[in-house]
Design a protein around this ligand. Structure first.
Ligand SMILES: Cc1cc2nc3c(=O)[nH]c(=O)nc-3n(C[C@H](O)[C@H](O)[C@H](O)COP(=O)(O)O)c2cc1C
Length: 317
């Protein structure tokens, strides 16, 4: 059982901090019991870290801090922990935002538990950037320049297993992957060159050769194809699922230290290319994912942070 460090938090309202939201009436003492209850359910390694941290309940965060549920103040262990003479690390749990947003007791207990875990994570030196999933999502970039060195087949299999873990309504498995390496890339490249020659009368032999060699830009090119359902709604959802699979593939490649890029352009619409890949008339080539060991000459742009705020409308918050 975790020890709950009751400390003097923020000022206690005279009526015991009784608050009514909807049909829930709760006082400060009872809320502190909820915090203790939530802390009892905290797993290791967080539970042990609780011994080093004072958890206090306060009414709400300082006015300029927004509606926070909790706040960690201290020196994370990863940065050396507590220098002598410094107050112990402290986690404040803010009662009012939690009551306002979670008036149903079990939901609140769960949110308190999540909040304490989150703040303890800061104490243990974790931050959002160290979550492997978030760090892959934010760290991935399209990598167009890769080395010619081969990629092990087992690694490619791992990427494909990640791809098919994508969400897929009705589990239709609408994807098909054609994994091209060596000369197989040239065969599809040749089909593309034929398509270009068909539409571009002034194509020079050099230009044609360049088009035919486009797939040689990476040692492995994965043609990510859609085999859609008959129903139009299903077909649309199937394409969405393939797009999600491609993203999984890119993230898995990134996680394995590979460079990858999703390419489309005219090539993915060319009948010659689709035929070379064995696609039927209703099927589609959603993307060609080029995979290889990245060229580490610093050319790849650092991960950009793109906030969602400009693209998001919040309703009912
Ligand atoms: C459907 C789709 C098609 C793409 N086609 C191409 C392409 O043909 N050529 C290319 O260089 N990049 C292509 N990209 C990659 C985007 O250009 C790239 O994702 C974008 O510049 C953002 O960079 P990032 O992936 O590093 O975040 C494509 C991406 C998507 C989602």
């Amino acid at each position: 059982m975790c020890e709950y460090h009751r400390m003097e938090g923020g000022p206690r309202p005279p009526n015991g901090g009784i608050t009514s939201i909807g049909d829930v009436t709760i006082g400060r003492d009872e809320f502190e019991d909820l915090v203790a209850e939530a802390m009892d359910a905290i797993p290791e390694p967080f539970a042990s870290a609780l011994d080093e941290v004072a958890v206090v309940v306060e009414e709400h965060a300082r006015g300029d801090m927004g509606p926070l549920y909790g706040l960690y103040i201290g020196v994370p262990l990863i940065e050396g922990g507590l220098p002598s003479g410094i107050l112990p690390a402290r986690i404040a749990i803010y009662m009012h935002p939690l009551i306002d947003h979670y008036p149903h007791r079990p939901d609140m207990v769960e949110q308190v538990r999540i909040t304490v875990l989150h703040e303890l994570g800061h104490h243990l030196g974790f931050d959002e950037d160290q979550d492997p999933v978030l760090s892959a999502i934010h760290g991935r970039r399209s990598v167009g320049r890769v080395r010619a060195a081969p990629v092990a087949r087992e690694v490619v299999e791992e990427l494909l297993d990640a791809a098919v873990a994508a969400p897929n309504h009705k589990e239709t498995a609408p994807w098909r992957f054609v994994v091209l390496a060596g000369d197989a890339r040239g065969a599809v490249g040749e089909a593309h060159a034929q398509a270009v020659a068909r539409t571009r009368a002034n194509l020079t032999p050099e230009g044609r050769a360049k088009e035919a060699a486009l797939l040689d830009r990476a040692p492995v090119v994965i043609a990510c194809c859609l085999i859609p359902g008959e129903d139009p709604v299903r077909a649309r959802e199937d394409r969405d699922a393939v797009a999600a699979a491609v993203q999984n593939l890119l993230l898995a490649a990134h996680a394995r230290g590979l460079g990858a890029i999703w390419r489309t352009g005219t090539m993915t619409d060319e009948p010659e290319v689709c035929e070379a890949l064995g696609l039927g008339p209703r099927d589609a080539l959603v993307g060609l994912v080029y995979v290889g060991h990245p060229v580490t000459d610093g050319e790849t742009a650092p991960p950009a942070r793109r906030g969602a705020a400009a693209h998001t409308e919040w309703r009912g918050w």
